[in-house]
Each structure stands twice: as structure tokens, then as C-alpha cells.
Design a protein around this ligand. Structure first.
Ligand SMILES: [Zn+2]
Length: 175
């Protein structure tokens, strides 16, 4: 069994997430992406305390991610930073880790799904306080925010329905 680790994107840090039980990884450009002072300080102290490690993906893994994005068409829009996060998960997988990417970004989640890399989303505290609901696609199970006006899934076109979720339970798991 390989060790479970988290790969964090900017939305994870903005949501105040990292694990104290398993290792957390991110790339240097994610750190540069974070602009607001509160998240920056949070991140800084987590790095100083040794909870977050900065690593860069292997160039060949980045190329692999780019190939997948190209062959899956224009639905998937990822920034350079996003691509590098997905690639870092691949790189860490080669190091015999079992990476779980922590992101609230649907485009990143879609690419991860195609590449069979695990992910989890942390809903931002604002959303968490407001809703115990989420919208889910009947076909591909893609999740959307509960306030989304979508009737049909952006990915597969199936109907989207509202579903109750236990946000708090999910949030605290694996911490
Ligand atoms: Zn769908």
C-alpha cells in the first residue's frame, strides 16, 4: 500500500485546508497565485511548520497532462498553474505515493477524473454555512454549486438534480 498524500491547489489554501496527518504538496506557482493576506499567512506558517512541501512536476508528466487536455476537447480549460498541479500528482504517483488532489475547481476535477487520479473538494466556508445542498448530474455525477442555474450537465448533457449533502462530516474527514 502506498502512502496517501494531498496535492493542494489554490482553492484548498483559500479554503484553509491542509492535513496534519498526511503530507501535503503543492507547486511554487500555486503559492505565487495566492494574493490575499490571510491565506498567505496561513500558507506561510504551514510551510514553516513543515506541513506543506513544495515540489515541481516532472516535465514529462506536464506533457502527459497537456495531451489529455488536448484530446478531451475545449470543455476543459486549465491554466498553466492548474496543469502543473495535475502533473505534480502524476509525478508523486511515480514516487509510489497515493495522491489525492484537493481542489474546488471543476475543470481540474474533470481532468483528474479522466486521468483516474483521486480528488476531493473542500467547499469554501461561505458556501458551507449557506447550504446543505448541491447539484449533481444524473449521468456523470459531476457536482455543481446548489445555486447554479444549470438544468443540464456541462459535461455530458444529462439532467442535473439537487441533492442534500453532509458538508461538515466531509470537511473533517481525513484531517
Ligand atoms: Zn454529466
Amino acid at each position: 500500500m502506498s502512502d496517501k498524500i494531498y496535492v493542494l491547489d489554490a482553492s484548498a489554501f483559500i479554503g484553509g485546508f491542509y492535513s496534519k496527518k498526511v503530507s501535503n504538496f503543492t507547486t511554487s506557482d500555486v503559492i505565487l497565485e495566492i494574493k490575499d493576506i490571510k491565506s498567505k499567512l496561513f500558507l506561510q506558517s504551514a510551510i514553516e511548520d513543515g506541513f506543506i512541501e513544495i515540489r515541481e512536476p516532472d516535465p514529462q508528466d506536464l506533457r502527459k497532462v497537456e495531451e489529455v487536455i488536448m484530446s478531451s476537447g475545449d470543455i476543459l480549460r486549465l491554466s498553466e498553474v492548474d496543469k502543473r498541479i495535475v502533473a505534480l500528482a502524476l509525478t508523486l504517483k511515480k514516487d509510489n505515493f497515493d495522491p489525492i488532489v484537493v481542489t474546488d475547481d471543476y475543470s481540474i476535477q474533470n481532468v483528474l477524473k479522466i486521468m483516474k487520479i483521486s480528488y476531493k473538494s473542500i467547499l469554501t466556508p461561505g458556501i458551507k454555512a449557506l447550504v446543505g445542498w448541491i447539484k449533481v448530474c444524473k449521468g456523470c455525477k459531476q457536482k455543481y454549486p446548489s445555486d447554479s442555474s444549470l438544468e443540464e450537465c456541462e459535461i455530458c448533457g444529462s439532467p442535473v438534480f439537487r441533492k442534500r449533502i453532509k458538508v461538515n462530516k466531509k470537511m473533517n474527514k481525513n484531517r
